[in-house]
Write a protein that binds this ligand. Structure first.
Ligand SMILES: NC(=O)c1ccc[n+]([C@@H]2O[C@H](COP(=O)([O-])OP(=O)(O)OC[C@H]3O[C@@H](n4cnc5c(N)ncnc54)[C@H](OP(=O)(O)O)[C@@H]3O)[C@@H](O)[C@H]2O)c1
Length: 324
């Protein structure tokens, strides 16, 4: 099979198209013929070496988000059949999504909902679950009939655009922060206000919030004064000062919390149900064929992606066909 692989640390230039043996599914695993995958910043951060000692073992096939068709099932698998359309955030350290075939544990895999394309399905798992778990589990978003007021900083990004939609679907009043280029999109996603971070003092008059979810930036101290007593600040990118604050003062008026994604099928199913209800969609920033994964990474590294960068792995035009 064809795969994009790297055998040393570096930037997108270390990615190369290689032939690899087809992986064999182990117990509890599916082999998936990957139709589409998506890029997440963790892909290029791991290969850059900045997250050492979280090191991939080389040669390394990056990519955590996949959507495709079940091609073979391992022993002990029930509930999945060859030919079924599925999506998953695979991996832990092994990754492997930037290849024509990848292994997915059944514990992290869901059948794609009706109407969802492979491209949309590939965008959702990692970023969507990071948004969901941060809001619901770390910050206490009430998932139905929420009366909370939620600020999403980074509202146009992969994680942020899902966070806006999840909070809106819960019933919360959502304010999003993006650049002026993306405020219209953030409103389309359901935010009552979209604030342009290039405008000085743009947050004035917006407090109080019950939850601040910051997916871009490290300046938690800016947002603490905007929280109600008991309101929570949560981020998937905790800097050292965020960790110190979180550990030093767990009983503070406003908890500061980090979210580390735990991939699981139950949470992906929650997102799929929101999709089926028409409350969640994947905004696609751009698309690249597998052999241009380096360009897809460059787009992600630019920090300007709006929604998700999708990789058309199979290249057979089926990535846009909705599931039946
Ligand atoms: N802990 C975990 O488990 C976990 C899981 C997933 C992701 N993450 C991390 O979360 C971060 C976000 O991931 P992502 O996929 O959402 O990234 P992304 O899609 O690459 O974010 C890009 C977006 O950020 C916006 N942006 C840039 N500067 C901004 C600012 N100052 N204020 C508001 N928005 C700004 C950009 O919009 P403009 O062009 O308009 O500025 C763009 O739409 C990454 O660092 C990633 O590694 C962590």
């Amino acid at each position: 099979m064809r795969a994009m692989s790297c055998s040393r640390y570096g930037g997108p230039e270390v990615l190369e198209l290689v032939e690899r043996p087809m992986p064999a599914p182990g117990p509890g695993q599916l082999r998936v013929r990957v139709v589409a995958s998506s890029v997440n910043p963790i892909d290029w951060k791991l290969v850059s070496g900045i997250l050492r000692p979280l090191v991939p073992s080389f040669p390394f096939v990056p990519g955590y988000d996949i959507a495709g068709q079940v091609d073979a099932v391992g022993t002990g698998v029930s509930g999945f059949a060859v030919g079924q359309r599925v999506h998953a955030r695979i991996g832990a350290m092994s990754a492997g999504g930037s290849a024509e075939y990848a292994l997915a544990g059944v514990d992290v895999t869901c059948a794609m909902p009706e109407g969802m394309s492979y491209a949309d399905a590939a965008g959702l798992p990692l970023a969507g679950m990071t948004a969901l778990q941060g809001l619901r589990d770390r910050a206490g978003l009430v998932m139905r009939g929420s009366t909370q007021r939620v600020l999403v900083v980074g509202a146009s990004g992969g994680v942020g655009h899902y966070a806006v939609q999840i909070a809106v679907a819960a019933g919360a009043t959502v304010v999003g922060v993006s650049s002026g280029r993306n405020t219209a999109l953030v409103r389309q996603l359901g935010a009552v206000e979209a604030l342009d971070y290039t405008v000085p003092d743009v947050l004035r008059g917006q407090a109080p919030f019950d939850i601040v979810y910051q997916s871009v930036g490290h300046d938690y101290a800016t947002y603490l004064p905007l929280l109600r007593p008991g309101g929570c600040f949560v981020t998937p990118i905790p800097g050292p000062s965020t960790f110190v604050r979180a550990l030093a003062n767990p009983f503070a008026r406003n908890p500061v919390r980090a979210i580390m994604l735990k991939s699981n099928a139950a949470d992906l199913a929650v997102l799929d149900q929101l999709y089926e209800a028409g409350a969640l969609k994947t905004v696609v920033d751009s698309r690249f064929p597998l052999e241009r994964l380096a360009d897809a990474w460059q787009r992600s590294i630019s920090g300007r992606a709006v929604g998700k960068v999708i990789v058309d792995v199979s290249g057979d035009g089926s990535a846009d066909v909705p599931a039946e």
